[in-house]
Design a binder for this molecule. Structure first.
Ligand code: DGL
Length: 269
């Protein structure tokens, strides 16, 4: 089983992209919707919440887990990998984040070496994308903009309302001045309004979703690591868990993913 973790619904964008590229695998999704959003909280709180999720997947014995949440990946994932994955008995488990694959793809895509990043307050403050991009090419200029109002608006289903477009236009004004050719959507939710980003920025800016970049990089990772791949069950089973209001979670997941009826189990972290 492949674990997919997010602070709420947003990680369903990553799950959907993974199910498209790698449909044969079994997936266990956890959305911590009781405590979403993580992105505007203090580093200590993000650490505590993410650590609970990390331990959840260790208990579930998922050989491979993807921390789809950009905020958790950007701020605490390296610390958690170091703290837990060196313990005897779990050293063969893998917990992958989203920052490296997305930064790698963005670095491959840019021609003018100007990349903008939008994300939650915590993701932008961490400068995680900037650090990864500079490891790949120190000549890349990076401009980060925090866009904290977008997650609640998307969760309310307001992503195509004129009010949301006008907020996004305001957020993106300094991005336009920076004149990047690539924009990283550094948040699980933002692919849901990919078209609005594209509309505002115009045809000269390539809008890069973290969800598809992560799915492609996961497929590549599994090819390169047959020792992990062979441990993953392949019955196309999907298990959904969340930490609050499972009916609402099921309804949202159903609308977003389509297909068969989705059952969601409530869990405690
Ligand atoms: N999942 C978070 C992220 O990708 C967005 C929602 C939140 O703030 O928890 O950064």
């Amino acid at each position: 089983m492949i674990g997919i973790f997010d602070s709420g619904y947003g990680g369903l964008t990553v799950l959907k992209a993974c199910m498209k590229v790698l449909p044969q695998y079994d997936y266990l999704y956890l959305g911590d919707n009781l405590r979403v959003p993580y992105g505007s909280r203090s580093p200590e709180t993000i650490q505590q919440f993410s650590e609970d999720a990390f331990r959840f997947f260790l208990k579930k014995n998922t050989p491979l887990t993807v921390f789809a949440c950009n905020t958790a990946s950007a701020t605490v994932l390296p610390y958690l990998q170091e703290k837990y994955l060196r313990t005897p008995g779990v050293t063969d488990r893998k917990v992958l984040g989203v920052i490296i694959p997305v930064a790698e793809k963005a670095a491959r895509m840019t021609h003018n070496k100007r990349i903008a990043v939008v994300g939650t307050r915590a993701t932008i403050a961490s400068k995680a994308y900037e650090k990864e991009l500079h490891k790949i090419d120190p000549g890349i200029r990076v401009f980060g903009v925090e866009t904290p109002l977008l997650v609640p608006l998307i969760e309310e289903g307001w992503h195509h309302k004129p009010e949301t477009r006008s907020i996004l236009r305001k957020y993106l004004a300094p991005v336009k001045d920076f004149a990047p050719d690539t924009l990283i959507l550094g948040c699980t939710h933002y692919p849901i309004m990919h078209d609005v980003f594209e509309d505002i920025l115009g045809p000269h800016v390539h809008v890069l979703d973290s969800s598809t970049a992560v799915a492609d990089s996961l497929a590549d990772y599994l090819k390169r690591h047959p020792e992990i791949e062979s441990k993953l069950s392949k019955n196309s089973t999907r298990i959904f868990t969340c930490t609050d209001a499972p009916e609402r979670f099921a309804d949202f997941s159903q609308k977003f993913l389509g297909g068969e009826k989705i059952e969601v189990k409530k869990v405690e972290l």
